[in-house]
Design a protein around this ligand. Structure first.
Ligand code: HEC
Length: 389
């Protein structure tokens, strides 16, 4: 199953960046180094580059190309010191408590422990950032830019316009960000994600009158439920829908099948599974689907892509697969280093796991350094007290 998943993922990647080599397949069970391109770059793009990239350079830091993180002229101002995790400001920022003013990313959830560990290992292993990483990030950012923003929206009469104004007022009162997508269009962008669980199905219902104008909607981290999806199903002009980290499940996703203009759908961290994915086959314009950390599987993604060949599905498994491999390796190493005995053969006291030696191919534990020394001096004297070979 794993090998199968890996092959499918490689295929998904090949599709994700047209004209580029497929990513090296993660090696389950292998002890490979952290790979910048597959492990680190996707996190930078998803969580950092919006503030540390071509558009903005908050804190004078850019993270979208090697030369910006490691400018010429010396390590002094670098946020990452290769091979020295403890001297790397970037790692310190990632590990801060979520309510610390300096924690990065500066918005949204902190990186998971697993993602932080990847960064730490990457730095410890020398913080390699190959040219292919730059290319991948550039391609990824280019793919995020929508072609010229022109929306063919329905004409509205005065009453229709007035209904929209009223709904916009109500949403703004709630604290929602409602703005035109660009200066020369009436198309609207609504962001409710900052309000988190203050937004439930009742608040989502306020969106219904906006249907003829609403093209981008961000509901991530809100408390919208499958019932609220009834309202979403009416938003027929939507091009982009962010619903990451919500409780939406397969039943809700089923209802989205009428959103024929949807191009981008982010379901990261939702309850969607392969059944919901199958329902998306009706979305003929869908270009990009994010289903990291859901129940959706590589097989489900492949089945959907069979119906929607233009679709790029991001499952995020490459990170998980490598982590699993690393965790397995650590567990195996710990197992190998465990002494064969619980009781010190010299003093008959419980073994201290820090006091062990290798003797004739077996790891033997002692209660203290003194006993260890005594054993090393005359092993034969104590061998009878050890478990039989
Ligand atoms: C919403 C915007 C935003 C996002 C997203 C964001 N940052 Fe920042 N970052 C800032 C701001 C603003 C500063 C400057 C203020 C400060 O130093 O806290 C900063 C500063 C930093 C600094 C300190 C710069 C230096 O070297 O002195 C580092 C390192 C950093 N960010 C790393 C990251 C990383 C890594 C990510 C992604 C995991 C990230 N940031 C995501 C806004 C952001």
């Amino acid at each position: 199953m794993r090998a199968f998943a890996a092959v499918v993922l490689a295929a998904v990647f090949a599709a994700a960046v047209p004209g580029q080599e497929p990513a090296p397949t993660p090696q389950p069970g292998g002890s490979g180094k952290v790979d910048f391109r597959t492990d680190i770059a996707p996190i930078l793009v998803a969580r950092c580059v919006e503030c540390h990239g071509p558009k903005e350079q908050k804190g004078d830091l850019r993270l979208d190309a090697r030369i910006h993180l490691f400018p010429e002229g010396g390590e002094d101002g670098w946020s990452v010191t290769p091979a020295k995790p403890d001297d790397s400001e970037l790692l310190r920022r990632l590990a801060l408590p979520p309510d610390d003013d300096e924690v990065m990313p500066a918005k949204g959830e902190p990186l998971t422990k697993a993602q932080q560990d990847l960064f730490r290992r990457w730095v410890a292993e020398g913080a390699e950032w190959p040219a292919a990483g730059d290319e991948w990030i550039a391609a990824e950012l280019a793919a995020q830019v929508l072609p010229k923003i022109t929306f063919d929206l329905p004409e509205l009469d005065a009453a229709g316009e007035a209904a929209i104004d009223t709904a916009v007022q109500a949403l703004r009162q709630l604290g929602a960000v409602v703005q035109p997508v660009a200066s020369d269009t009436k198309a609207l962008d609504v962001n409710l994600s900052l309000l988190r669980d203050q937004v439930g199905d009742a608040q989502v219902a306020l969106l219904a009158p906006l249907a003829p104008r609403l093209v981008w909607l961000n509901l991530s981290r809100t408390a919208v439920s499958d019932a609220g999806a009834e309202v979403l199903a009416q938003l027929g002009e939507l091009r982009r829908l962010h619903a990451a980290n919500t409780a939406l499940g397969d039943a809700a996703i089923e209802r989205l099948r009428g959103l024929g203009k949807l191009e981008y759908l982010n379901l990261y961290g939702t309850k969607v599974g392969d059944d919901g994915l199958a329902g998306l086959a009706a979305l003929g314009k869908l270009q990009r689907l994010y289903v990291w950390q859901t129940r959706a599987t590589a097989a489900g993604a492949t089945a959907l892509r069979g119906k929607l060949p233009q679709l790029q599905v991001d499952l995020g498994d490459y990170v998980e697969a490598r982590l699993e491999a690393a965790q397995k390796e650590i567990a195996e190493r710990t197992e190998r280093q465990k002494p064969i005995n619980d009781v010190c053969p010299v003093a008959d006291k419980p073994v201290d796991p820090a006091q062990t030696i290798e003797h004739e191919g077996r790891r033997i534990g002692f209660c203290c350094a003194k006993c260890k020394a005594a054993f090393q001096k005359e092993p034969a004297k104590f061998l009878a007290k050890l478990p039989a070979k």
